[in-house]
Design a protein around this ligand. Structure first.
Ligand code: T68
Length: 793
């Protein structure tokens, strides 16, 4: 390995020789690229070494298949993990460049919708930190999640072009290409079955190295891009059909063009199914090629290869692996099935019936005619071995991907203790009875490098000064802060960190969004995808009720509060978009009210993404985790807030339950029905009306919305929302309102006592170490993958 020059030298060399600029003429983007290349060079050494070690030791590899990797910006990740922050800042300062501005110049790679995609990104970082040989496989979407702006309070979607700016992190691998087929027919001759696809495209690999803490290890994120096998039809061109000549290329590229911006219902779109097969087919070919080169004997596959399915989106991996092993490599079907099951495992992220993937069987059979045959054979084999089985993978003319994933996996996991229990008792109850050892829990986690060290440097410094730096990759060490939490002087410093972070955010909001807020207000934050079950509308109802109460009695000693929202709604999810508009409309009215101005402000920040979360999380006082119990599988934002010292106001849902156990009930504002009570309440006739009748504050808030107080030009604008809440109210907003109001007034009282509040916040930090994704990944390695760390091996 060549010795690299100093970071300063590296940056200047790249500026000159990679970008042809001297420091005087370099623009911000040149600096960003030069710093990125200098950092990348350092990552590349770790990366190539890690690959050698994996080959030399013959270790088992983990493959994480996911339609989404919400990686965000990568430069700061690299700088932080290589401990180059001070050096990079100094070099840039020497040339009059602002470190933060250089970081912020990087496009935010939004190759995901929400929690599922961000979890995949945290997992990759932890896999590298732990030195577990791993690859992430995904799609290199040209357009990530849409860019959101507001026009008259309404969400407007614009395409995201993250690849239009220069991007420093990927290595194109033109030599790594696989053909992926669709459609066509199946030819059966006795035992020999062959699939002849009608259409074929090529998947080309692009690799991004993912470096772990201190650069000890780096793994690969390999993203597939679609291309045509014969990109240009010269014959059509020569006949004057210029547009038609380029058509094969355009069609193939469509496959990796857009991320489906929907985290609720699977649109029955052919293209989505094509994307899923495209990712899976290319990934499996790549995995088998690597395995063949090194090991050869296919029966060893489960000993050397662990394939994790991030939700059912890559579930076609089951039948595809069986197809390759049986149809192409000639293994007996039963052996192929057993080998595939030995490799595969599946993570479930939702119990919402509308989000469980099911494909129309005629579409599925048309696109993947051999796979549907194999699914039937897998289903029949499973039924024959389990005679009491009643459900099937094929029902209602659909292919049920959850059932398929369960049967094809040797382990199936939920993402929080409550969610895993509910999987056993609801959607997978029959399969759980037949395979009682298959479902395991792996409560989600977040990487502390990005979600504390990187995003909250002030708090990170205070922690390191107090207990040393070992916490960064051993987050349980945060409990060593417990004595500090009893110390008034230390708590003052902790409170000062939070205040400084709030001042930064307030300045940024004033500069970029024209929103002016007092940093001494309570910063109450709800940031996540918009969804009825996440109940942003419960929050805005409480805000409107609070506004009315303050107006009634402005001198009652209210705790000043800023209600901050951010999040995107799926473009076709009209109810969620109405909620956004309502929040914006209410904000305009409330923020213009001089009576309530000292006590209440509301802001909805546009275009929520990873970078905005990194800005908001360190500055939050209160974390809103208010989903209808039983609906949020886990949550991961809840963990980021707790770690950064924002106590939760929340229901007993997902990982909130475990957060409350860790930080202590006295440092958590609990409200609302339990998952069991929710199920019972739904059966109470007129539950919404009963709740409204019983609570005049709720009654008044609903009246204000329905009567057009926030939409005077269009009084009926929110009748969809009020009609839903006063009628079916499936997510039980009304039934939980009164208790939510109570919890929020407890928050007011607690916040008014500043030393009490700081103590609660600091307990949250000290007790959140368990929510590191390092802990989660260790769990997967031990309970699911049987994989080992190669650091120090
Ligand atoms: C989230 N799911 C869960 N789905 O809602 C959240 N879905 O509770 C959990 O913490 C997180 O996963 C990680 O486990 C999602 O984010 C999606 O984004 C999605 C995307 C496409 C189709 C279905």
């Amino acid at each position: 390995m060549t010795k690299l020059p100093s970071l300063r030298e590296s940056i200047l060399q790249h500026l000159r020789y990679s970008f042809g600029k001297d420091p005087e003429h370099a623009i911000l983007e040149d600096w960003r690229m030069a710093v990125s290349y200098a950092v990348r060079d350092r990552i590349t050494d770790a990366w190539i070494n890690a690959t050698h070690r994996t080959y030399d030791t013959g270790a088992k590899r983990v493959y994480y298949l996911s339609m989404e990797f919400l990686i965000g910006r990568l430069l700061e990740d690299g700088i932080v993990n290589l401990e180059l922050v001070d050096e990079a800042r100094a070099v840039l300062a020497e040339f009059g460049k602002d470190y933060q501005a250089v970081l912020a110049d990087e496009p935010d790679a939004a190759l995901g919708n929400g929690g599922l995609g961000r979890l995949a990104a945290c997992f990759l970082e932890s896999l590298s930190t732990l030195g577990c040989p791993a690859h992430g496989y995904g799609i290199r979407y040209e357009h990530g999640l849409f860019r959101q702006s507001f026009v008259d309070g309404r969400q407007v979607e614009m395409p995201e072009h993250w690849l239009e700016q220069r991007h420093a992190w990927e290595f194109e691998r033109p030599e790594v290409r696989y053909r992926v087929g669709f459609g066509g027919h199946v030819d059966t001759r006795g035992e020999t079955v062959r699939w002849y696809p009608a259409e074929e495209v090529e998947a080309e690999a692009f690799d991004t190295p993912v470096v772990g803490w201190k650069g000890r290890w780096a793994n690969t994120l390999r993203l597939w891009s679609g291309r045509a096998i014969h990109p240009f039809d010269l014959d059509r061109f020569n006949h004057g059909d210029y547009a038609g000549a380029a058509q094969p290329e355009a069609l193939a590229r469509t496959i990796s063009r857009v991320l489906y911006p929907d985290d609720t219902t699977e649109q029955g779109k052919e293209l989505r199914l094509k994307q899923e097969y495209f990712l899976t087919c290319a990934a499996l070919r790549d995995i088998l090629r690597r395995f063949n080169n090194q090991f050869g004997d296919l029966r060893k596959l489960p000993a050397k290869v662990a394939i994790q399915l991030n939700d059912t989106h890559p579930a076609i991996a089951g039948p595809e692996l069986v197809r390759v092993l049986h149809d192409e490599r000639g293994l007996p079907f039963d052996d192929a099935l057993e080998i595939a099951q030995g490799c595969l495992s599946y993570t479930n992220h939702t119990l919402l019936p509308e989000a469980l993937e099911a494909w129309d069987e005629s579409l599925f059979g048309r696109l993947l005619p051999r796979h549907i045959q194999l699914i039937d054979r897998i289903d029949a084999t499973h039924a024959a071995r389990n005679p009491s089985r009643q459900q099937s993978m094929r029902a209602d003319h659909q292919v049920k991907m959850g059932q398929l994933s369960f049967v094809m996996a040797h382990k199936v996991n939920g993402v929080s203790a409550l969610h895993t229990d509910l999987m056993k008792s609801t959607v997978f109850s029959e399969l759980h009875r037949l395979h009682p050892d298959r479902i395991v829990n792996q409560t989600n986690g977040v990487t502390p490098r990005r979600w504390l060290l990187g995003c909250n440097p002030r708090l990170a410094s205070l922690i390191t000064e107090s207990i040393g730096e070992a916490w960064v990759d051993d987050l349980d060490q945060l409990t060593r802060l417990e004595p500090n939490v009893q110390d008034a002087a230390w708590l003052d410093r902790y409170a000062q960190v939070k205040r400084d972070n709030k001042v930064d955010l307030a300045n940024w909001m004033a500069r970029h969004h024209g929103v002016h807020v007092d940093p001494d207000m309570l910063f109450d934050v709800q940031i996540k995808r918009l969804h009825e079950y996440k109940r942003q509308h419960l929050n805005i109802l409480e805000t409107i009720a609070l506004w009315s109460e303050i107006r009634d009695n402005p001198e009652a000693g209210w705790t000043p509060r800023l209600k901050l929202f951010a999040g995107k709604a799926a473009p076709g999810y009209f109810f969620a978009k109405d909620i956004i508009r309502l929040i914006n409309d209410a904000a305009a009215v409330i923020n213009a009210d001089p009576v309530t101005a000292p006590y209440l402000k509301v802001a909805f920040l546009p275009n929520y993404n990873v970078s905005l979360a990194e800005r908001l999380v360190p500055a939050a006082d209160l974390s809103e985790q208010i989903s209808t119990a039983g609906k949020e599988a886990s949550g991961t934002g809840n963990m980021k807030f707790a770690l950064n010292g924002a106590p939760t106001v929340g229901t007993l849902d997902g990982a909130n339950v475990e957060i409350r156990e860790h930080v202590g009930a006295e440092n958590f504002f609990l409200f609302g029905m339990t998952a069991e009570e929710v199920m019972e309440r739904r059966h109470v006739d007129g539950h919404a009306w009963r709740a409204i009748e019983a609570d005049p504050r709720l009654r008044r808030a609903l009246d204000l919305i329905r009567d057009g107080r926030f939409s005077p030009q269009d009084p009926g604008r929110y009748h969809g929302i009020t009609g839903n809440l006063e009628g079916p109210d499936y997510f039980l907003v009304c039934s939980d309102f009164t208790d939510y109001w109570r919890a929020q007034r407890e928050v007011d009282a607690a916040f008014a006592d500043r030393s009490r509040w700081s103590r609660m916040a600091a307990w949250n930090t000290a007790r959140s170490g368990w929510f590191s994704s390092d802990r989660t990944i260790r769990g997967y390695m031990a309970d699911i993958w049987n994989a080992q760390s190669l650091i120090g091996a």
